[in-house]
Design a protein around this ligand. Sequence first.
Ligand code: ATP
Ligand code: ZN
Length: 286
Amino acid sequence: MQEILRIAVQKSGRLYEGSMKLLKECGIEISNGNNQLRVTAANFPVEVFFLRDDDIPEYVQDAVADIGFVGENVVTESDKQTDIIEKLGFGKCRLSIAVPKNGKLQSVSDLNGKKIATSYPFILSTFLKERNITASIHEISGSVEIAPKIGLADAICDLVSSGSTLFTNELKEIEVILSSEAVLISNKELSGNKKIILESLLFRIRSVKKARNNKYVLLNAPNDKLDMICSLLPGMKSPTILPLAEAGWSSVHSVINESDFWNMIEKLKAAGAQGILIIPIEKMII
Ligand code: ATP
Ligand code: ZN
């Protein structure tokens, strides 16, 4: 029988959609229509387990699942023995310390002798130890942001993405302890066959990530501006240049990085580019 790689994914919550979208873009068909806990892919040797995110590091450590998609914050807090193989580019957030907006506490050093509410006692206590701060940690599993208001704690240590929850609860962020995103973790002792399936999955994941970070650009340019325009556009090897029907003009094709996108368009326009088209890339294999 062919071996199957078992992937643990969050059953529902903030990582569910990103995880399913990534598998889909990797060409892996998973149907979770009946809210099943375990689904085998139709066209790739993987089986997906839907679990609570907090359980994923332990299941991967104990080889109940072979790999998992889970927040780095959960991996660090759980302190289980797994390998972090790849950052997945979604579920970005940070674990921060926040205090009442108009209170006396201003910085981490003011937390000596205070009470901090968190769902991340391991990460927080490690951080406090490193900073030589003695504070008491009050562990709660949810709604951490209301703790200062109801008198349960002086400060909180919680996940933040946009900061709107902190704002609504009149809290301000004073220190980022950990930056996090979804990562692929793996059991430390995968069989040879499972490693081969994982390599094939990783190849697809990396192609999807590269494609998401890049755009295909097409533009027209007068031939006497081509040198300048091409020096701006590295492309995958170098830009493609094709003559237009109109004499003295060319069409230039290349790939540009999403992070530098607007800056690059300004420069291309200033260098004489016209009719610029930007097209998303579905997969990118280098
Ligand atoms: P579960 O029921 O699986 O235990 P949960 O309530 O613990 O779910 P979610 O709130 O769905 O977890 O968050 C899952 C992960 O999403 C977090 O561990 C974190 O990595 C990531 N995340 C991204 N942005 C945020 C945010 N603003 N707040 C909380 N988690 C975030
Ligand atoms: Zn959870």
